[in-house]
Design a protein around this ligand. Structure first.
Ligand code: PAF
Length: 279
């Protein structure tokens, strides 16, 4: 496994692989890797010849400077984990390497950025668009892999791929959960013991909600989920939305034909967690 920190080295390796006729898969990450990330790399290894993983805590997608400061960083552990699962190439750049000058591009994701994470974290998806498009330009992968925990992010990235005409296949991979049901997230390591113990209540509620669809209206179910989560003194919901799984349009009536997904953001003390379940 090779670890490179500059675009020049990375591009030179990619060019060599391309000359050998190899296909390239990219797994963009912000590090603090867990089994969820590793599942993306494993999927990538199944479908492409070379698995490239980028580890970069992207400052432009943090709308809260405190959140950026406390975001976990474990590069040594990450590199050894990736080595054990056969990753081929790690890109571990500095901020200056990714942004030699300020990125002033403003994406227009339209409706997609007006709801859920987009509405609550102004500028977040613009930053995601900036960094992912830079990574795509540097690596030129055939496929790129993203986890479905960040459900809205996948819709944003697919939209960006269309806008910028990338010929890259975006592969969404299922959420990986602990045995307790808690969705794996780098932020879980920041939870204190009490919040850690109570966080699985989020998914337990989503699972119960799935069985209530036939018995409640959309709005009643959203209220039921909010009340259930908030009945736990360690948790406070920020939003509960039920959306179309492709367009992310808000669902108002179960009779709408499309596949539906419940998305939630929940505060567990100072840590904000997101999760979702397909109905
Ligand atoms: O999902 C993430 O970890 C990040 O948003 C991503 C896609 C790596 C961009 O920084």
């Amino acid at each position: 496994m090779k670890v490179v920190t500059t675009k020049k080295e990375l591009i030179s390796w990619i060019n060599d692989f391309r000359k050998e006729g190899k296909t390239i898969g990219l797994v963009p990450t912000m590090g603090a890797l867990h089994e969820g990330h590793l599942s993306l790399v494993k999927e990538c290894k199944k479908n492409t010849d070379i698995a490239v993983v980028s580890i970069f805590v992207n400052p432009t997608q943090f709308n809260d400077p405190e959140d950026l400061k406390r975001y976990p960083r474990t590069p040594e552990k990450d590199t050894s984990l990736l080595d054990t699962i056969g990753c081929d190439l790690i890109f571990l750049p500095t901020v200056e390497e990714v942004y030699p000058e300020k990125d002033t591009r403003k994406f227009n994701f339209g409706y997609l950025e007006t709801i859920m994470e987009g509405a609550r974290r102004p500028g977040h998806f613009n930053g995601v668009g900036q960094v992912v498009s830079r990574l795509f330009d540097i690596v030129s992968p055939d496929k790129a892999y993203f986890g479905m925990k960040d459900f809205q992010q996948i819709a944003i990235i697919k939209n960006m791929v269309k806008q910028l005409n990338y010929k890259i296949d975006i592969v969404s991979c299922p959420i990986i959960r602990e045995e307790s049901g808690l969705a794996l997230s780098s932020r879980n390591t920041l939870l204190d013991e009490d919040h850690r113990k109570n966080a699985p209540h989020i998914y337990a509620t989503l699972k119960k909600a799935r069985n209530l669809v036939a018995r409640m209206s959309v709005n009643d179910l959203k209220k039921w989920i909010t009340d259930q989560i908030d009945s736990n003194p360690y948790l406070k919901t920020e939003y509960v939305e039920i959306v179309d799984d492709t367009t992310l349009q808000l669902i108002e009536d179960w009779r709408e034909k499309n596949n539906k997904v419940v998305c939630v953001a929940v505060h567990a003390g100072k840590i904000r967690l997101i999760d979702n379940i397909i109905l």
